[in-house]
Write a protein that binds this ligand. Structure first.
Ligand SMILES: Cc1cc2nc3c(=O)[nH]c(=O)nc-3n(C[C@H](O)[C@H](O)[C@H](O)COP(=O)(O)OP(=O)(O)OC[C@H]3O[C@@H](n4cnc5c(N)ncnc54)[C@H](O)[C@@H]3O)c2cc1C
Ligand code: SF4
Ligand code: SF4
Length: 482
């Protein structure tokens, strides 16, 4: 953890200092919420609260907002462009007068204040961007002179970036940031080329971490997910073979704004893969070597991948290994049927037992292959496919740091590290701590519509808490004025 070197108050469009109500007769109306995580769920909750007239502090650990939805190509079952749906929202969040956006930030301390329900004193650690947000015009001159090339996390390593970079072209805030781990050296400065290239004097190598302290009346936790990368997917040679990738990497290949402009080419030799194998439940529903639960969205996004791949490679062939198909959503069953019937996807019921790479000189067409062995449990026959590309639908697991955040907030997680609601049936977005609400995949695997509905549910709970507090304050004021 970066040490705290400086104390500061948020430099806000509105002052974030606690308002002390000197006039007991005037009811307090300036309630404020904290939202942690700026994926689609956190953004939705923030917008709902902000549009109702309350201030929101939105804390995001990454340099830009949008979460995983920003990485997706098109979304099931409508095949709408993900960025086209998301960008108006990220822009609205970035410009909203009631939302104070703190990127590269994390909550490091929360204290429940005595008295009213839902009053929290929060410490937020802001990591330095080394670029002054108000001065950067995103011209890119700094990146042009930077000599360091590292994998771009946003493209899941399928493209490269410089040490000073913007995560992707639609990033909000639309400013660059400097990666201190990749830079040739800041303490002492080893290069300094980017600052010399920046005509706006926007680069500040001396920028230090800051701790911001704020008081809020309610908190929404929306920290989302990451993909499982352990034993069960390693067995499929994920990470050790370039032509075995996970679902998010495939999303970046399919994306029109991705590293290949939407062309499906395999990483090893940049050739178009003609036989693609998808493996569902990679790590999910596997209590011995992965996680025991169903990741819920993989059946759907694999069907989407099959359809989108066939749009790009009409003469290609898709095979899907599955345990069973779970397509419980409006239009979802029909969507999977479309992948099977219109796009000739071959669904094979069974698990893959082994993946063995073969070099070109070992295969009949001279191309290197990934040999996929499994059993079709419906026919009892062994299956062997010489694949050009393998895509594993890895299990959805909680974001790293979710457990630590839960400890800071005093809320519960289940055995897998997903946040748990006080009552999953009747109060599914309420944590056990009054004033702290939950939304999105941090609660468990779910798709975008469910996530958005849950976020609006959490925002509604925050707003009803504020309305009740206001009514109470008015009643007190009325009593005192007698
Ligand atoms: C391959 C793939 C394809 C998919 N395709 C579809 C699809 O077509 N349709 C569909 O409906 N769904 C799809 N999904 C599911 C979709 O990605 C999720 O439903 C959605 O992105 C969840 O949003 P979220 O805000 O809950 O989480 P996330 O998108 O994970 O956002 C969480 C945010 O919180 C931030 N964060 C995490 N920890 C902290 C912290 N401690 N402090 C501050 N910030 C933090 C993260 O950086 C991130 O920005 C797909 C998923 C995968 C894996
Ligand atoms: S830091 Fe300077 S050079 Fe780099 S994008 Fe911003 S304004 Fe341009
Ligand atoms: S100072 Fe660091 S970020 Fe800037 S150009 Fe040099 S290596 Fe790149």
């Amino acid at each position: 953890m970066t040490p705290v070197t400086k104390q500061a108050r948020v430099d806000s469009k509105h002052s974030l200092d606690v308002v002390v109500d000197d006039d007991a007769a005037a009811p307090r109306t300036d309630y404020r919420a904290l939202v942690i995580g700026a994926g689609i769920s956190g953004m939705q909750a923030a917008l709902d609260i902000a549009n109702s007239g309350y201030e929101v502090i939105l804390v995001e650990k990454d340099p830009s907002i949008g979460g995983h939805m920003a990485q997706l190509s098109e979304t099931f079952p409508t095949l709408d462009c993900s960025q086209c749906i998301l960008t108006p929202r990220t822009v609205e969040v970035g410009q909203h007068p009631n939302i104070q956006l703190l990127t590269l930030s994390e909550v490091v301390g929360v204290e429940r204040m005595d008295g009213d329900e839902g009053n929290f004193h929060v410490r937020i650690l802001r990591h330095p961007r080394y670029v002054i947000e108000d001065q950067c015009t995103a011209c890119g001159d700094c990146a042009k002179v930077c000599r360091v090339v590292v994998p771009n996390e946003f493209d899941r390593g399928l493209a490269a970036r410089r040490a000073i970079y913007m995560p992707h072209p639609q990033a909000v805030p639309a400013v660059y940031c400097l990666d201190p781990d990749a830079c040739l050296g800041l303490f002492p400065l080893a290069c300094g080329e980017c600052a010399r290239a920046c005509e706006r004097d926007a680069i500040d190598y001396d920028m230090a971490p800051e701790t911001v302290e704020v008081d809020v009346d309610a908190i929404v936790v929306a920290t989302g997910y990451t993909l499982y990368q352990d034993e069960a997917v390693m067995a499929y040679r994920y990470m050790s073979h370039p032509d075995v990738m996970d679902g998010l990497e495939f999303e970046r290949l399919l994306s029109a704004s991705g590293p290949t402009g939407g062309a499906v080419i395999r990483p090893s030799d940049r050739k178009v893969p003609k036989e693609v194998v998808f493996i569902q439940c990679a790590g999910s529903r596997n209590p011995e070597h992965g996680v025991s639960y169903c990741s819920k969205i993989c059946c759907m996004y694999t069907a989407k991948h099959a359809i989108l791949y066939k749009h790009r490679v009409p003469d290609g062939q898709v095979y899907v290994f599955y345990i069973d198909i779970r397509a419980g959503g409006k239009g979802y069953e029909e969507f999977v049927a479309r992948a099977m019937e219109e796009d000739d996807t071959v669904y094979i019921r069974g698990r893959v037992s082994k993946i063995v790479p073969q070099e070109g000189d070992e295969t009949s067409d001279g191309q290197s292959k990934v040999m996929v062995w499994g059993v079709d449990t419906l026919t009892g026959r062994k299956v062997e496919i010489a694949a050009d590309l393998v895509v594993v639908a890895s299990a959805i697991i909680p974001s790293p740091g979710a457990k630590r955040l839960a400890e800071i907030l005093g809320i519960d997680v289940d055995t897998f590290g997903f946040y748990t609601a006080a009552d999953t049936e009747m109060t599914p977005v309420e944590s056990g701590v009054p004033g702290i609400f939950l939304a999105g995949v941090g609660l468990g695997p779910q798709d975008i519509p469910e996530t958005v509905a849950q976020a609006s549910g959490a925002a509604a709970k925050v707003l009803s808490q504020f309305a009740a507090a206001k009514a109470e304050a008015r009643a007190q004021a009325a009593l005192l004025s007698w």
